[in-house]
Ligand binder design. Structure first.
Ligand code: KIV
Length: 296
Protein backbone atom coordinates (compact mmCIF):
# COMPACT_ATOMS: atom_id res chain seq x y z
CA UNK A 1 0.00 0.00 0.00
CA UNK A 2 1.36 3.46 -0.91
CA UNK A 3 1.85 6.00 1.87
CA UNK A 4 -0.05 9.25 1.33
CA UNK A 5 1.78 11.00 4.16
CA UNK A 6 4.59 12.81 2.32
CA UNK A 7 3.10 13.45 -1.10
CA UNK A 8 3.51 17.01 -2.40
CA UNK A 9 0.44 18.72 -3.82
CA UNK A 10 0.41 22.04 -5.67
CA UNK A 11 0.29 25.05 -3.36
CA UNK A 12 -3.31 26.00 -2.54
CA UNK A 13 -2.94 29.69 -3.32
CA UNK A 14 -1.38 29.15 -6.74
CA UNK A 15 -4.02 26.69 -7.88
CA UNK A 16 -6.46 27.94 -10.48
CA UNK A 17 -9.96 26.47 -10.83
CA UNK A 18 -10.13 23.77 -13.49
CA UNK A 19 -11.93 24.91 -16.61
CA UNK A 20 -12.61 23.15 -19.91
CA UNK A 21 -9.82 25.09 -21.73
CA UNK A 22 -7.34 24.14 -18.94
CA UNK A 23 -8.48 20.54 -19.14
CA UNK A 24 -7.93 20.39 -22.90
CA UNK A 25 -4.54 22.05 -22.44
CA UNK A 26 -3.60 19.27 -20.02
CA UNK A 27 -4.63 16.71 -22.63
CA UNK A 28 -2.62 18.53 -25.32
CA UNK A 29 0.45 18.57 -23.08
CA UNK A 30 -0.01 14.90 -22.15
CA UNK A 31 -0.32 15.72 -18.43
CA UNK A 32 -2.27 13.00 -16.60
CA UNK A 33 -5.74 14.13 -15.48
CA UNK A 34 -6.78 13.06 -11.98
CA UNK A 35 -10.42 12.42 -11.15
CA UNK A 36 -11.97 11.01 -7.99
CA UNK A 37 -15.51 10.56 -6.76
CA UNK A 38 -16.85 12.43 -3.72
CA UNK A 39 -20.24 12.26 -2.05
CA UNK A 40 -20.09 14.67 0.90
CA UNK A 41 -18.12 17.53 2.49
CA UNK A 42 -15.20 15.48 3.94
CA UNK A 43 -14.59 13.46 0.77
CA UNK A 44 -14.70 16.67 -1.28
CA UNK A 45 -12.23 18.31 1.14
CA UNK A 46 -9.86 15.37 0.63
CA UNK A 47 -10.16 15.76 -3.15
CA UNK A 48 -9.52 19.49 -2.89
CA UNK A 49 -6.50 18.96 -0.61
CA UNK A 50 -5.02 16.51 -3.13
CA UNK A 51 -5.49 19.10 -5.91
CA UNK A 52 -7.35 16.68 -8.16
CA UNK A 53 -8.56 18.03 -11.49
CA UNK A 54 -12.06 16.59 -11.66
CA UNK A 55 -14.49 15.54 -8.94
CA UNK A 56 -17.47 13.35 -9.78
CA UNK A 57 -20.45 12.90 -7.52
CA UNK A 58 -20.94 9.42 -8.93
CA UNK A 59 -24.11 7.40 -8.72
CA UNK A 60 -21.76 4.82 -7.19
CA UNK A 61 -23.05 6.65 -4.09
CA UNK A 62 -25.94 4.19 -4.27
CA UNK A 63 -23.58 1.40 -3.20
CA UNK A 64 -20.76 3.25 -1.42
CA UNK A 65 -22.80 5.49 0.89
CA UNK A 66 -26.44 4.42 0.63
CA UNK A 67 -25.91 0.68 0.97
CA UNK A 68 -27.74 -0.53 -2.15
CA UNK A 69 -26.38 -3.50 -4.08
CA UNK A 70 -26.46 -1.65 -7.43
CA UNK A 71 -26.59 1.92 -8.70
CA UNK A 72 -30.11 1.78 -10.12
CA UNK A 73 -32.16 2.64 -6.97
CA UNK A 74 -30.65 6.07 -6.26
CA UNK A 75 -32.72 9.00 -7.55
CA UNK A 76 -31.96 12.58 -8.47
CA UNK A 77 -33.24 14.09 -5.20
CA UNK A 78 -30.94 11.82 -3.17
CA UNK A 79 -28.00 12.61 -5.47
CA UNK A 80 -28.68 16.34 -5.08
CA UNK A 81 -28.31 16.14 -1.30
CA UNK A 82 -24.89 14.53 -1.74
CA UNK A 83 -23.86 16.88 -4.56
CA UNK A 84 -24.69 20.01 -2.54
CA UNK A 85 -22.57 18.76 0.38
CA UNK A 86 -19.64 17.91 -1.91
CA UNK A 87 -19.86 21.32 -3.63
CA UNK A 88 -19.35 23.03 -0.25
CA UNK A 89 -15.99 21.26 0.11
CA UNK A 90 -14.61 22.27 -3.31
CA UNK A 91 -12.93 25.34 -4.76
CA UNK A 92 -10.77 24.29 -7.69
CA UNK A 93 -11.70 20.95 -9.30
CA UNK A 94 -14.21 20.83 -12.14
CA UNK A 95 -17.38 19.59 -10.46
CA UNK A 96 -19.27 16.88 -12.36
CA UNK A 97 -22.53 15.27 -11.23
CA UNK A 98 -23.76 11.88 -12.41
CA UNK A 99 -27.29 11.63 -13.81
CA UNK A 100 -28.78 8.63 -12.02
CA UNK A 101 -30.74 5.84 -13.72
CA UNK A 102 -34.22 7.10 -14.61
CA UNK A 103 -33.33 10.80 -14.62
CA UNK A 104 -32.48 11.23 -18.32
CA UNK A 105 -33.62 8.29 -20.45
CA UNK A 106 -37.28 9.20 -20.99
CA UNK A 107 -36.86 12.31 -23.15
CA UNK A 108 -34.48 15.13 -24.03
CA UNK A 109 -36.66 17.38 -21.91
CA UNK A 110 -36.28 15.12 -18.87
CA UNK A 111 -32.49 14.97 -19.40
CA UNK A 112 -32.14 18.77 -19.71
CA UNK A 113 -34.38 19.35 -16.68
CA UNK A 114 -32.31 16.95 -14.54
CA UNK A 115 -29.02 18.44 -15.72
CA UNK A 116 -30.29 21.95 -14.97
CA UNK A 117 -31.26 20.95 -11.43
CA UNK A 118 -27.66 19.86 -10.84
CA UNK A 119 -26.38 23.19 -12.17
CA UNK A 120 -28.87 25.40 -10.33
CA UNK A 121 -29.20 23.52 -7.04
CA UNK A 122 -25.75 21.97 -6.58
CA UNK A 123 -23.49 24.27 -8.60
CA UNK A 124 -22.45 21.54 -11.05
CA UNK A 125 -20.02 22.53 -13.80
CA UNK A 126 -20.96 19.50 -15.89
CA UNK A 127 -23.03 16.32 -15.79
CA UNK A 128 -22.25 12.71 -16.71
CA UNK A 129 -24.50 10.11 -18.28
CA UNK A 130 -23.94 6.46 -19.13
CA UNK A 131 -23.96 4.59 -22.42
CA UNK A 132 -23.27 5.30 -26.05
CA UNK A 133 -26.44 3.89 -27.62
CA UNK A 134 -28.59 6.22 -29.77
CA UNK A 135 -30.73 7.21 -26.76
CA UNK A 136 -27.75 8.24 -24.58
CA UNK A 137 -26.12 10.03 -27.51
CA UNK A 138 -29.33 11.99 -28.19
CA UNK A 139 -29.59 12.97 -24.49
CA UNK A 140 -25.94 14.06 -24.43
CA UNK A 141 -26.51 16.18 -27.53
CA UNK A 142 -29.64 17.76 -26.02
CA UNK A 143 -27.93 18.65 -22.72
CA UNK A 144 -24.90 20.07 -24.55
CA UNK A 145 -27.21 22.16 -26.72
CA UNK A 146 -28.76 23.54 -23.51
CA UNK A 147 -25.30 24.85 -22.57
CA UNK A 148 -24.30 22.22 -20.01
CA UNK A 149 -21.05 20.29 -20.58
CA UNK A 150 -21.50 16.51 -20.65
CA UNK A 151 -19.14 13.66 -19.78
CA UNK A 152 -20.03 10.32 -21.42
CA UNK A 153 -19.30 6.84 -20.11
CA UNK A 154 -18.71 3.65 -22.17
CA UNK A 155 -17.51 0.10 -21.56
CA UNK A 156 -18.93 -1.25 -18.32
CA UNK A 157 -21.87 1.03 -17.55
CA UNK A 158 -23.16 -0.04 -14.12
CA UNK A 159 -26.71 1.34 -14.60
CA UNK A 160 -27.25 -1.19 -17.39
CA UNK A 161 -24.91 -3.93 -16.11
CA UNK A 162 -27.69 -6.54 -16.22
CA UNK A 163 -28.25 -5.95 -19.93
CA UNK A 164 -24.47 -6.14 -20.48
CA UNK A 165 -24.36 -9.64 -18.97
CA UNK A 166 -23.37 -8.64 -15.44
CA UNK A 167 -20.64 -6.71 -13.68
CA UNK A 168 -17.81 -7.65 -16.05
CA UNK A 169 -15.23 -6.17 -18.37
CA UNK A 170 -16.51 -5.18 -21.81
CA UNK A 171 -14.93 -5.15 -25.27
CA UNK A 172 -13.19 -8.50 -24.98
CA UNK A 173 -14.39 -9.64 -28.42
CA UNK A 174 -13.80 -7.91 -31.75
CA UNK A 175 -17.49 -7.08 -31.92
CA UNK A 176 -17.61 -5.80 -28.33
CA UNK A 177 -14.52 -3.63 -28.83
CA UNK A 178 -15.99 -2.22 -32.06
CA UNK A 179 -19.16 -1.31 -30.18
CA UNK A 180 -17.18 0.61 -27.54
CA UNK A 181 -15.27 2.51 -30.26
CA UNK A 182 -18.50 3.33 -32.08
CA UNK A 183 -20.17 4.56 -28.91
CA UNK A 184 -17.20 6.67 -27.79
CA UNK A 185 -17.01 8.35 -31.18
CA UNK A 186 -20.78 8.97 -31.22
CA UNK A 187 -20.63 10.63 -27.78
CA UNK A 188 -17.68 12.72 -28.89
CA UNK A 189 -19.54 13.77 -32.03
CA UNK A 190 -22.54 14.70 -29.84
CA UNK A 191 -20.31 17.21 -28.05
CA UNK A 192 -19.17 15.41 -24.89
CA UNK A 193 -16.09 17.17 -23.51
CA UNK A 194 -14.93 13.98 -21.78
CA UNK A 195 -15.70 10.28 -21.73
CA UNK A 196 -15.11 7.62 -19.07
CA UNK A 197 -13.75 4.29 -20.37
CA UNK A 198 -14.61 1.66 -17.75
CA UNK A 199 -13.40 -1.95 -17.49
CA UNK A 200 -12.09 -2.83 -20.94
CA UNK A 201 -8.84 -4.31 -22.24
CA UNK A 202 -6.07 -1.71 -22.24
CA UNK A 203 -5.23 -2.67 -25.84
CA UNK A 204 -8.76 -1.74 -26.91
CA UNK A 205 -8.58 1.64 -25.15
CA UNK A 206 -5.15 2.29 -26.69
CA UNK A 207 -6.49 1.50 -30.18
CA UNK A 208 -9.35 4.01 -29.78
CA UNK A 209 -7.35 6.82 -28.11
CA UNK A 210 -5.81 8.36 -31.27
CA UNK A 211 -9.34 9.19 -32.48
CA UNK A 212 -10.38 10.85 -29.23
CA UNK A 213 -10.40 14.63 -29.07
CA UNK A 214 -12.56 14.42 -25.95
CA UNK A 215 -10.66 13.95 -22.68
CA UNK A 216 -10.75 10.24 -21.85
CA UNK A 217 -10.72 9.19 -18.20
CA UNK A 218 -10.02 5.51 -17.61
CA UNK A 219 -11.10 3.20 -14.82
CA UNK A 220 -9.83 -0.27 -15.57
CA UNK A 221 -8.89 0.73 -19.13
CA UNK A 222 -5.09 0.74 -18.85
CA UNK A 223 -2.53 3.55 -19.07
CA UNK A 224 -3.27 5.07 -22.50
CA UNK A 225 -6.19 7.26 -21.44
CA UNK A 226 -5.74 10.97 -20.64
CA UNK A 227 -6.51 10.44 -16.99
CA UNK A 228 -7.63 8.00 -14.33
CA UNK A 229 -10.52 7.87 -11.88
CA UNK A 230 -11.16 5.70 -8.84
CA UNK A 231 -14.11 5.57 -6.50
CA UNK A 232 -13.24 7.28 -3.19
CA UNK A 233 -14.38 4.37 -1.04
CA UNK A 234 -12.47 1.82 -3.17
CA UNK A 235 -9.14 3.65 -3.09
CA UNK A 236 -9.38 4.29 0.65
CA UNK A 237 -10.65 0.84 1.59
CA UNK A 238 -13.97 2.03 3.04
CA UNK A 239 -15.70 -1.14 1.96
CA UNK A 240 -15.96 -4.85 2.51
CA UNK A 241 -13.94 -6.98 0.10
CA UNK A 242 -11.35 -5.90 -2.43
CA UNK A 243 -13.57 -4.68 -5.26
CA UNK A 244 -12.82 -4.86 -8.97
CA UNK A 245 -9.48 -5.99 -10.41
CA UNK A 246 -8.58 -2.43 -11.41
CA UNK A 247 -8.86 -0.99 -7.90
CA UNK A 248 -5.64 0.02 -6.18
CA UNK A 249 -6.07 0.53 -2.47
CA UNK A 250 -4.19 3.38 -0.79
CA UNK A 251 -5.56 3.02 2.76
CA UNK A 252 -7.69 0.71 4.90
CA UNK A 253 -10.06 3.21 6.44
CA UNK A 254 -12.84 0.71 7.08
CA UNK A 255 -10.49 -1.16 9.44
CA UNK A 256 -9.53 2.12 11.14
CA UNK A 257 -13.19 3.17 11.52
CA UNK A 258 -14.16 -0.23 12.94
CA UNK A 259 -11.26 -0.11 15.40
CA UNK A 260 -12.04 3.47 16.47
CA UNK A 261 -15.73 2.82 17.15
CA UNK A 262 -14.88 -0.45 18.94
CA UNK A 263 -12.37 1.41 21.18
CA UNK A 264 -15.01 4.03 22.05
CA UNK A 265 -17.56 1.31 22.88
CA UNK A 266 -15.02 -0.47 25.09
CA UNK A 267 -14.15 2.78 26.91
CA UNK A 268 -17.81 3.49 27.67
CA UNK A 269 -18.43 -0.06 28.87
CA UNK A 270 -15.32 -0.01 31.08
CA UNK A 271 -16.17 3.53 32.36
CA UNK A 272 -12.87 4.92 30.97
CA UNK A 273 -14.83 7.53 29.04
CA UNK A 274 -15.60 10.29 29.82
CA UNK A 275 -12.50 11.17 31.87
CA UNK A 276 -12.01 14.36 33.95
CA UNK A 277 -10.47 16.21 30.98
CA UNK A 278 -13.76 15.89 29.09
CA UNK A 279 -15.79 17.60 31.89
CA UNK A 280 -17.27 21.11 31.99
CA UNK A 281 -16.79 22.83 35.36
CA UNK A 282 -19.16 24.97 37.44
CA UNK A 283 -18.15 27.46 40.10
CA UNK A 284 -18.64 25.84 43.55
CA UNK A 285 -20.81 28.75 44.79
CA UNK A 286 -23.08 28.41 41.74
CA UNK A 287 -23.39 24.69 42.34
CA UNK A 288 -24.35 25.33 45.98
CA UNK A 289 -26.93 27.91 44.83
CA UNK A 290 -28.40 25.35 42.47
CA UNK A 291 -28.54 22.65 45.15
CA UNK A 292 -30.12 25.02 47.68
CA UNK A 293 -32.77 26.13 45.24
CA UNK A 294 -33.65 22.51 44.50
CA UNK A 295 -33.79 21.62 48.21
CA UNK A 296 -35.99 24.59 49.08
O1 KIV B 1 -20.55 6.44 -10.45
C1 KIV B 1 -19.31 6.48 -10.50
O2 KIV B 1 -18.61 6.53 -9.48
C2 KIV B 1 -18.69 6.45 -11.82
C3 KIV B 1 -17.21 6.39 -11.88
C4 KIV B 1 -16.74 5.02 -11.63
C5 KIV B 1 -16.68 6.89 -13.17
O3 KIV B 1 -19.37 6.45 -12.80
Amino acid sequence: MSSARHIQVPDDASRLPMTLPRLFEKKRLGEPVVMVTAYDYPSARAAEAAAVDLVLVGDSAATTVLGHTSTTPVDLDEMLVLAKAARRGLKTPLFICDLPFGSYEVSDEQAITSAMRYVKEAGADAVKLEGGNPMSVARARAIVSAGIPVMGHVGLTPQTATALGGWRAQGRTGQGAARIAREALALQEAGCFAIVFEAMPSAVAAEIMPQMQAVVIGIGAGPSTDGQVLVFHDLLGIREGLGARFVKRYANLQDEMDAGVAAFAADVRQRRYPAPEHDYSIDQAELERFKTARAG
